[in-house]
Design a protein around this ligand. Structure first.
Ligand code: FES
Length: 103
């Protein structure tokens, strides 16, 4: 069975923006895109930068350090210099809360 973790209130995830949260001891980025929520690791796979300090456009997050980009739905890199995917996590919205499966 899936171990869902209560991560945040849905209303605390900004629309068309990103927020960084410590969830179960992990640094996680939550993205609000068109009423949906996506979750990935917050640390860029290319260097020491937090994606919550970057710029979200549509489903793409741009890293603040070297402007690499990832698709927040899959964690796949979409623009150099990033080559390694980000870990992404299943999300569900229930009871006004955002739940993550971090396992
Ligand atoms: Fe993110 Fe370099 S640290 S693109």
């Amino acid at each position: 069975t899936t171990n869902w973790i209560d991560a945040a209130a849905h209303e605390d995830v900004p629309q068309d923006d990103v927020v960084g949260l410590l969830i179960a001891g992990r640094d996680i980025a939550l993205y609000g895109v068109a009423g949906e929520v996506f979750a990935t690791d917050n640390l860029c796979t290319h260097g020491n930068a937090r994606l919550c300090d970057g710029f979200l456009e549509g489903h793409e997050i741009e890293c603040p350090l070297h402007q690499g980009k990832f698709d927040v739905r899959s964690g796949q890199p979409t623009c150099a210099p990033v080559t390694e995917p980000l870990r992404s996590y299943p999300v569900k919205i229930e009871g006004g809360r955002v739940w993550l499966a971090l396992d």
